[in-house]
Design a protein around this ligand. Structure first.
Ligand SMILES: NC(=O)c1ccc[n+]([C@@H]2O[C@H](COP(=O)([O-])OP(=O)(O)OC[C@H]3O[C@@H](n4cnc5c(N)ncnc54)[C@H](OP(=O)(O)O)[C@@H]3O)[C@@H](O)[C@H]2O)c1
Length: 257
């Protein structure tokens, strides 16, 4: 299978840890140059870059703030000017904040959620992705081929008490992908949504008990939860020349849930 990623410029937002880090490393393994964004954990982003460099790859570390459109446009411009354009955009960055309930912290009833709280979730999980795609597109249209991969969430299918705004944002990304597919297909830009179920990132491991994780794995048809690498491999396939015509899809990685 030919990914044709050698020396391609790949922007992975939110790659200081989690699925974004695994994705950056997987692209680097295919010979791509990877731009890694972070928000507060510069050390984590530098660690990802060091791991890329250790395998002979090239990485660029850039700060990026989901809540600030100017920061988004500045980050994308920095990457595009550094490498003369962007071939692949993968939007992994995620501010968990009030997106989902956390153990030990009560969420208010839906009617009592303050507008500023649900607005923040929509701003960081939906608006920010739209800003990022807009900023990147003007740097992607002149490439031999280009790809966009956005991150949805299995939770948008299953639902969860206290996660209404997050589910709405992730469902919104599916609507975005469906329309962009029509608009960008003629330009050779394939766009897809990867929809992971709960994944064993550092963040999930820090907040979930071993018992919860064991029960969760047992509840899945495959009998195990995703690793970040499981998700990264699918992202790299969709976001490479190996993907010839998968376009406008929501591809679920949920262990069969
Ligand atoms: N993990 C799961 O179980 C799961 C399940 C379904 C879907 N997903 C989706 O997969 C994607 C990646 O999730 P993940 O679990 O891998 O995330 P993660 O490990 O929590 O990493 C989040 C990344 O986003 C960055 N970030 C956080 N707040 C930010 C902000 N305000 N502005 C800019 N960047 C910010 C973080 O940077 P800093 O480290 O610098 O703060 C970090 O690089 C998300 O879209 C998520 O919705 C994840």
């Amino acid at each position: 299978m030919k990914t044709d990623l050698t020396d391609k410029a790949v922007l992975v937002t939110g790659a200081s840890r989690g699925i974004g880090r695994a994705t950056a490393l997987a692209y680097a393994a295919e010979g791509a140059r990877v731009a890694i964004t972070y928000h507060s954990d510069e050390a984590g982003a530098k660690e990802t870059a060091e791991q890329v460099a250790a395998t002979g790859g090239t990485a660029l570390v850039v700060r990026y703030d989901l809540a600030d459109p100017d920061s988004i446009h500045a980050a994308v411009t920095t990457v595009a000017e550094h490498w003369g354009g962007i071939d692949v955009l993968v939007a992994c960055a995620m501010e968990w904040g009030d997106a989902i309930p956390r153990p030990g912290r009560e969420m208010p009833a839906f009617e009592d959620v303050p507008p500023a709280q649900w607005r923040r979730v929509l701003t960081t999980s939906l608006d920010a992705v739209i800003h990022t795609v807009q900023a990147a597109l003007s740097r992607m249209r002149d490439r031999d081929w280009s790809r966009i991969v956005l991150l949805g969430a299995g939770l948008a299918d299953t639902g969860m008490v206290g996660a209404g705004a997050y589910g709405a944002a992730k469902s919104g990304l599916y609507g975005l992908v469906r329309s962009l597919a029509w608009e960008l297909g003629p330009a050779g830009i394939l766009v897809n949504l990867v929809v992971p179920g709960q994944t064993l990132t550092e963040n999930v491991l820090a907040h979930a008990s071993p018992r919860f994780l064991e029960n969760k794995a047992k509840s899945l048809p495959s009998g195990r939860m995703n690793t970040p690498e499981d998700v990264a491999r699918v992202i790299v396939f969709l976001g490479s020349a190996a993907n010839g015509n998968v376009h406008g899809e929501a591809l679920r990685i949920t262990g069969g849930l």
